[in-house]
Structures are given as structure tokens and as C-alpha cells.
Design a protein around this ligand. Sequence first.
Ligand code: S3P
Length: 166
Amino acid sequence: MKNIVLIGFMGSGKSTVGRGLAKRLGYRFIDTDYAIEEVTGLTVEQIFHKHGVKRFRGEEALLVSKLASKENLVIATGGGLVLNPENVKKLRENGVLVSLEASAGVICKRVRSKRTRPLLAKGNLQEKVERLLAERKEAYQVAELAVNTDDLSPEKIVNIIYRYLV
Ligand code: S3P
């Protein structure tokens, strides 16, 4: 069966929902950030700081090439992975893309407690989130299903996606 690929901004709930959805479907769960950390032996933060964003995007592209030929996976993607159209093309070949949406205010609340994301680490959080969200709006529109997560629990979101799939 096709992979289910969760896309969307940081803090939209991809990892939490992905884990729940994988359990429900009996699929394997893959978090691209975590998989990259395993392969490189570095944290996402370390990759950004030591080698820069380009290297991180390179690792994402490598991983996508490996995952695209696999099946029965729920993949939670890093928020910037779909900025590369090649990644989208490959993931679509064997996957259903589902976008998790959230408003800037909600994202700020969700990510505030752990500002471990290099792209949000410095400066005014609300401004950064708003700017990046606007820049990426189009990139997230490649999904065939979009779920606004602002007022929904992860369980409800899992149900919505599950019902869409079956
Ligand atoms: C990024 C999102 C992060 C991680 C990296 C870059 C982005 O993943 O891949 O910090 O460009 O939006 P999450 O969306 O899982 O936080």
C-alpha cells in the first residue's frame, strides 16, 4: 500500500499525528528529522550549525530517494522538505500527501516551549513564523488532503485522515 506523507509547517503536529496514524494503519512510522539524525550521527541543530541549511536539504533529498520505493510507511516530513519539488515528485509516486495546517498563533504556542528548531531559534518568534508561513503557503498546497489542526486533538486528526484513506 502507498505511503502516507504528512507535510506542513513546524509545530503542525506531523510527528504526533504520524505516530498515531501509523499505529492505526499498522504501518511503520518514519520521522525524516530523526532518520537524518540517525544516518549522520548529528542532531538537526548540529547539522545546521556545522554544515548549514544546504547540507541538511541534501540529507533530506537523499532520504526521500531511499523512501520513495518503500511501502506501508507513514512519513512525517520536516517542515521544509517539500520546498524541493523533486522531493514532492518522488514522494507522490508512491504516497498520499496530507497537509497539516495551523495558524501562526497556534504554531508559536506549540513551538515556544522547545525552541530547538534552528530556523526559529533567534529573533521574534511570531514574526518569523508569519513570514515563513507566507513564503511556504504554496509549497504545502501540493497535498491532496489538508486538515486544519488549530482546534483538533491529535486523535481527531488521525481519525479524519484514516476516514479519508479507507
Ligand atoms: C524545518 C523543520 C524542522 C527541521 C528543520 C527545518 C523547516 O522539522 O526539519 O529544523 O525548514 O521547516 P519539523 O517540521 O519537524 O519541526
